[in-house]
Design a protein around this ligand. Structure first.
Ligand code: FE2
Length: 344
């Protein structure tokens, strides 16, 4: 017997439902919840648990048989879907010396953050981006990209992308490149040189709309660390900077935002919650985070999630610790849904 069967309007409701109508008055609490409620709990993926799988994948899966040797961190709350936290995936890509990951492009937005990638190169739209420690490389929507390990050691980097969001909108287009396209790899830095100097950009009289994605694809880690060194600490010891589109000062892409945060030992950051989702990679150091009702002890290369509308606070246990945080914040900004609260 349904919950509505004793109501005076039960017959009307049944008739409406049979004719593919839903009365709002029986389901408004369900379709207009009073606040967001993330499906997923905060979760930590320690590198030490992941490393044996990466080792096996490198040995057991030839790159020639697959598009990418990437392993995605998935949360069981999404019922088997390949999702790390709402709208986002995080992964690590593993390349053996000489491996080429075939070029392709797609409408999903992605980033790479070099953790142990010395010798690896990502090529984005004809620009060669060498992956030094802490480098961020953007692969914005519909930019051709491919990867190669030119070094003598296995490489790893952290990936994030908004595949769940774009698939939820059914807006993914994917174009494979050619494995035999040797010209793809024969490029130099190219137009990335136009974005090498912070605070300078090409002058133009052309009146054009602000681009939604950064023209700069490669954000060297050495520059990020130098700026974190120079930043004054806030009262809770945090130093944070945002990677920006140099042409607008806005986020690096229409759907992804990236931030670097340095924490100081002994000081927990003021708890914060936001309507967007975030994934944190531990770049260096050790520390702990309280996310919702969970407490994570973390160290270098660990990854953890901060699901939307979940309180989060972070603290270094080493003298300093650096986090790289990727989020879907621009989506919420564009839809006028961004809300951020800080604990008093
Ligand atoms: Fe891709």
């Amino acid at each position: 017997m349904s919950a509505t069967s004793n109501r005076p309007d039960a017959q009307l409701i049944a008739a409406l439902e049979a004719a593919d109508y839903h009365p709002l008055w029986t389901r408004y609490k369900q379709i207009t919840p009073i606040k967001p409620a993330a499906k997923d709990t905060p979760r930590l993926w320690p590198w030490r648990d992941f490393a044996p799988f990466a080792e096996r994948a490198a040995k057991e899966v030839p790159i020639e048989d697959i598009e990418r040797r990437a392993i995605i961190l998935t949360h069981p709350a999404f019922g088997g879907a390949t999702t790390t936290t709402a709208n986002l995936i995080a992964a690590f890509t593993i390349l053996e010396p000489g491996d080429h990951a075939v070029p392709h492009r797609h409408t999903t937005a992605a980033i790479r953050f070099a953790t142990h990638a010395e010798g690896a190169v990502t090529i984005v739209n004809g620009r060669r981006c060498e992956m030094q420690p802490g480098d961020l490389v953007l692969t914005p929507p519909m930019c051709w990209h491919g990867h190669i390990n030119e070094g003598t050691r296995r490489t790893y980097w952290f990936d994030a992308a908004n595949i769940p969001l774009i698939c939820g909108l059914d807006a993914n287009f994917f174009e494979p490149g050619s494995r035999s396209d040797e010209q793809f790899w024969k490029v130099d830095e190219g137009d990335e040189r136009l974005y090498a100097a912070s605070g300078l950009q090409v002058a133009s009289d052309a009146v054009q709309p602000a681009p939604l994605q950064s023209g700069k694809y490669h954000y060297p880690g050495v520059a990020t660390r130098a700026m974190l060194d120079a930043l004054p600490r806030t009262a809770d010891g945090e130093r944070s900077l945002r990677y920006t589109n140099p042409q607008t000062g806005g986020p690096v892409m229409a759907t992804l935002d990236c931030q670097a945060t340095r924490l100081a030992r002994g000081a927990a950051t003021r708890a914060r919650r936001a309507t967007h989702n975030a994934i944190a990679l531990v770049v260096s150091g050790e520390g702990c985070s309280t996310v919702g009702d969970q407490r994570f002890e973390w160290q270098q290369d660990d990854v953890f999630t901060i699901p939307h509308w979940t309180w989060a606070s972070h603290q270094a246990r080493s003298p300093e610790a650096d986090l790289f945080i990727v989020s879907d914040r621009p989506v919420f900004e564009a839809l006028d849904l961004l809300r951020i609260e800080r604990e008093a």
